[in-house]
Write a protein that binds this ligand. Structure first.
Ligand code: PAF
Length: 280
């Protein structure tokens, strides 16, 4: 894998490759790569001539300083994995390269940034939007790949890509899970084995919600999930919501189409999120 640290050099490389008629796929990450990232990379490698992966822990999307400090950083392992999978380019900028000064951009994200994750992590999606805007502008890929575990982020990034007015296809890829059903996440590295077991309550709640949606009211499902977490001594629920999968607005009691269940909470002090489409 060819390593770039400078945005300018990467921009030129991508421009030249495009002039040669090559198709570019892009997988932006914050490192601590796992099988979820691998599936994005493999798909990009299959669908494009050149795959660029960025590894940049974006300080502007962390609303909690400790969370930023504790975020896993495994650069050498990441680089080895990228070599193994056959990724062409690794972009690993330092903070100054992405944010030369303290100026910020503001993005109109409407209710997409004020609900769910946005309501609990003030400023988070503005930070995501800023870095993704910059990264997409540098690489200007044909396609960019994101995991649907961060479903709200995926909707926001589609909006950001639209603002760039380049023809970039934003592709959402299915969440990868371990054999027990736990959604893969870099943050899982911070959990003990016990914690990983306890964290299965998140995916189990979503699966139960999916089973219940045909016969039970949304309110009943909400109280059921709240009850599961009350009984657990190691999992803390931050929110469980059933929302419209296009607008993320709370689903009306009567609405039974385009529904997604989204959940967030804590295990061993580690913040986890997950989601499941209940009705496509
Ligand atoms: O999903 C992530 O890892 C990050 O939010 C992203 C999209 C790379 C932006 O920093």
């Amino acid at each position: 894998v060819q390593l770039f640290k400078q945005a300018k050099a990467l921009r030129n490389y991508c421009l030249e490759s495009k002039h040669e008629g090559k198709r570019i796929g892009f997988v932006p990450t914050m490192g601590a790569l796992h099988k979820g990232h691998l599936s994005l990379l493999k798909r990009s490698i299959k669908e494009n001539d050149i795959t660029v992966c960025s590894v940049f822990v974006n300080p502007r999307q962390f609303n909690d300083k400790m969370d930023l400090q504790n975020y896993p950083r495994t650069f050498e392992a990441d680089e080895a994995l990228l070599n193994e999978v056959g990724c062409d380019v690794l972009f690993h900028p330092d903070e100054k390269e992405i944010y030369p000064d303290s100026s910020t951009m503001h993005f109109e994200l409407d209710n997409l940034e004020s609900v769910l994750e946005g309501a609990h992590r003030p400023g988070h999606f503005q930070g995501v939007a800023q870095v993704v805007y910059k990264l997409l502008d540098i690489v200007n890929p044909h396609k960019a790949y994101f995991g649907l575990k961060d479903y709200q982020q995926y909707l926001i990034i589609k909006k950001v890509a639209h603002l760039l007015q380049e023809n970039i296809d934003i592709i959402g890829c299915e969440t990868e899970r371990d054999a027990q059903g736990l959604a893969l996440s870099s943050r899982n590295l911070l959990l003990s084995d016990e914690g990983k077991k306890a964290a299965l309550l998140f995916s189990r709640s979503l699966i139960d919600a999916k089973k219940m949606i045909a016969t039970e009211s949304i309110e009943t499902i909400r109280s059921y999930v709240a009850g599961l977490f009350k009984k657990s001594s190691s999992c803390e629920l931050e929110y469980f919501e059933i929302v419209n999968s296009d607008t993320l607005m709370k689903a009306e009691a009567s609405s039974k189409n385009s529904l997604i269940a989204c959940i967030a909470g804590y295990v061993e002090g580690v913040r986890l999120i997950d989601n499941l489409i209940l009705i496509p």
